[in-house]
Design a protein around this ligand. Structure first.
Ligand code: ACO
Length: 207
């Protein structure tokens, strides 16, 4: 069952992401954002949970148990989100996402469309992965995007598996950044584990 999240789900979602995203999203994992000594990253929690009741965040449940989360947002042409962050490690990810947003700007391939849906955070319970739950959440997101009058849907895939899901759903590859090639002060910032060698942006026109 897939349902729309509300503010009341915030703590449940935080606990879920603590287990199945904050630690094991490939870039978080590589940076060691969450450790035994530093079990919480408040900036990352703020970043992920800030718009919980925007009406387009989705929860996948089985017999009342939360097994997947897909946090989405709508955004408009020319308006870039600015997230203020002080955590030294998480700032690296925010800078990467800002860089990709500027470089890739999917609105440029959709002239005439001014509103889009973006999949920001996808997370599935470790023991339910590989069963199509991420794909189901993205299909539902696409339906919501249509209802909200979005002209396309876009997803920044930091994980190779999110890219596989987008591809399977017919999304088109719009942009690729090899982690190896993303450098700050001449040094590569991210070297996540195989098979996560690149950040890709997949988009799909709606209608
Ligand atoms: N090994 C190989 N392939 C895999 C694996 C795996 N461990 N897990 C998923 N896949 C493939 C699937 O085969 C499928 O590809 P296909 O359609 O070509 O067969 C594709 O990835 C998606 O499969 P789903 O079953 O729909 O994905 P799942 O429910 O397992 O969720 C997710 C994928 C969300 C990436 C999950 O692995 C996860 O929670 N990872 C940790 C957090 C994370 O990295 N989130 C994504 C970051 S990017 C973002 O948030 C936008």
């Amino acid at each position: 069952e897939i349902k729309i999240a509300t503010n009341e789900d915030k703590e449940k979602v935080r606990e879920f992401l603590q287990k199945f995203f904050y630690k094991d999203e490939p870039l978080n994992l590589y940076l060691g954002l969450i450790t035994d000594e530093n079990p919480r990253c408040m900036d990352l929690e703020r970043f992920t949970l800030k718009d919980m009741d925007n009406g387009v965040n989705l929860l996948a449940e089985q017999n009342g148990k939360l097994i997947g989360v897909c946090l989405n947002g709508t955004f408009e042409r020319g308006k870039m989100e600015n997230f203020e962050c002080t955590d030294a490690k998480f700032s690296k990810i925010v800078s990467l996402l800002d860089y990709v947003a500027t470089e890739s700007d999917p609105f440029k391939i959709y002239p005439g469309i001014d509103k889009a849906m973006t999949v920001k955070i996808l997370s599935v319970d470790g023991s339910f992965r590989g069963k199509g739950i991420a794909k189901d959440l993205m299909i539902k997101t696409r339906e919501l995007a249509r209802q909200k009058g979005c002209g396309f849907i876009t997803v920044d895939c930091t994980s190779h598996y999110t890219a596989c899901a987008a591809k399977k759903l017919g999304f088109k590859l719009h942009y690729t950044l090899n982690y190896e090639d993303y450098k700050v002060d001449g040094k590569t910032v991210f070297r996540p584990a195989h098979p996560h060698k690149e950040l890709t942006v997949y988009t799909q026109r709606i209608i």
